[in-house]
Design a protein around this ligand. Structure first.
Ligand code: IPE
Ligand code: IPE
Ligand code: MG
Length: 253
């Protein structure tokens, strides 16, 4: 089978792809295995998709790895996920550096166990000079948490006289989000056949193209990514304008 990669329009790749990596637990249970077995195999997909994005020259990839709500799962699963995360970071940091990938983390990392925080900070430091793909891991992240934090910080800065309430605009708010250094995602992919956002980048996804697939995350590979990008490239992004306006803008360069 020939790869869908050849069909991609390399001039019209999204700069930023965000993925809700869902379906690990069901994937495992369908095989009569423990949910952690699914998370373990999900790491293989992460490797494959990070590599795929780097090969294409995608600038930003955000992966939703663990939500603030996921802390409410059974302790056995949460602990297993934390161990897997620490282990993966430790094993993958050399590969990230070899491939010039810069790691970022967004989320309430204070919630993470001490050893996970330490491992993470080391990896962030070690990859900080890299200039290739920006790999943003959403860890202990939720959009409502992020927005509340942003509001608190703005309120403090208003109180301290650093921000004039009358001058607050969308750029101000953007600059207080954890994603202030990144452009908004143009393409959001969710695996496993769920059609919801689950508290992921609510503000940043305002004009993202949404792509849903039934494929469970542990089965998701580069070909599935190309398929999603091809679908993205077939869409007309109108940003509130009419199709005729968009067509004439395209015609006039
Ligand atoms: C996604 O897979 C990974 C995390 C949320 C950590 P799930 O664990 O949500 O798998 P399902 O959705 O229960 O199948
Ligand atoms: C969203 O998946 C979070 C991650 C993929 C990390 P969930 O499995 O937690 O979402 P819900 O509970 O199905 O909405
Ligand atoms: Mg899930």
């Amino acid at each position: 089978m020939s790869s869908l990669k050849a069909k991609l329009n390399m001039e019209r790749l999204p700069r930023h792809i965000a993925i809700i990596m869902d379906g690990n637990g069901r994937w495992a249970q369908e095989k009569g295995q423990d949910r952690l077995y699914g998370h373990f195999h999900g790491v293989e997909s992460v490797r494959n998709i990070v590599e795929g994005c780097a090969e294409l020259g995608i600038e930003y990839l955000t992966l939703y790895a663990f939500s603030t709500e996921n802390w409410d799962r059974p302790a056995y699963e949460v602990n297993g996920l934390m161990e897997l995360m620490i282990d993966t970071i430790r094993k993958e940091i050399d590969t990230l550096n070899r491939n010039n990938i810069k790691l970022h983390v967004i989320g309430d990392t204070n919630m993470l166990p001490e050893n996970a925080r330490k491992e993470l900070n080391e990896a962030l430091e070690l990859s900080s000079q890299n200039t290739g793909l920006n790999l943003i891991v959403a860890l202990s992240y939720s959009s409502r948490w992020e927005l509340v934090e942003a509001v608190k910080k703005i309120a403090h800065d208003v109180k301290d006289g650093k921000v004039d309430p009358a001058a607050i605009d969308q750029d101000t708010l953007q600059s207080y989000l954890c994603t202030s250094d990144f452009p908004d995602p143009e393409l959001m992919i969710r695996t496993s056949g769920e059609y919801r956002i689950s508290n992921f980048l609510l503000y940043q996804l305002a004009y993202a193209e949404l792509y849903f697939t039934n494929v469970r995350w542990p089965d998701f590979r580069k070909e599935n990514l190309y398929e999603a990008i091809l679908d993205f490239q077939s869409r007309e992004r109108r940003f509130g304008k009419t199709s005729a306006q968009i067509q004439s803008e395209l015609a006039n360069g």
